[in-house]
Design a protein around this ligand. Sequence first.
Ligand SMILES: Cc1cc2nc3c(=O)[nH]c(=O)nc-3n(C[C@H](O)[C@H](O)[C@H](O)COP(=O)(O)O)c2cc1C
Length: 177
Amino acid sequence: MKVLIITGSAHKNGTTAYLTEQFIKGAEETGHEVFRFDAAYKDIHPCIACEKCHDGTLGCVFKDDMQELNPHLIEADAIALISPIYYYGFSAQLKAVIDRFYANDAVLHGNKKAVMMVTMADTSLKTANGAIQSFKGMTDYLEWDIAGTVIGVNCMTLDMLKNTNYPQQAYELGKSL
Ligand SMILES: Cc1cc2nc3c(=O)[nH]c(=O)nc-3n(C[C@H](O)[C@H](O)[C@H](O)COP(=O)(O)O)c2cc1C
């Protein structure tokens, strides 16, 4: 199975990165082929709704790092979105990539598994509601099957995350795909 991971944090050794590594470990141990795209280190222009992608054959007007991601997005059997919670939603780095799915909307429907993992400082699961609703809406619309989620509360720092079983959950989710 081809597994695409899109991350949304600029912290190379933060909570998102650690969950991502555990998830990759599980997925690779099961024999899956993994491609990781760290959105914070890519050139991704936000969608400007010009609709050029839908009125011809030229695709998106922005010829940026989505060109690297798009073939993986289209071919992936499973897509994992892994992000810190920023102001009750996904980080802007990840959201910019998600909005750019629009250019390939027609070929992204169906036949994919989807995973969401988020980390946050708050101790209440309610803080993840925005991201969860966004993920559920997106997967309903794209007809992707939710394979699992990890919602990491009370994880302001990597040390805090390491004192939880969220890394283990991420590993097992990778293994279970
Ligand atoms: C801009 C910004 C906004 C944040 N917003 C929230 C928030 O709304 N709720 C929350 O619980 N934590 C919030 N946090 C804390 C992060 O979600 C948390 O520290 C997370 O573990 C960071 O992940 P990382 O190490 O992968 O970057 C915010 C952090 C930043 C930098």
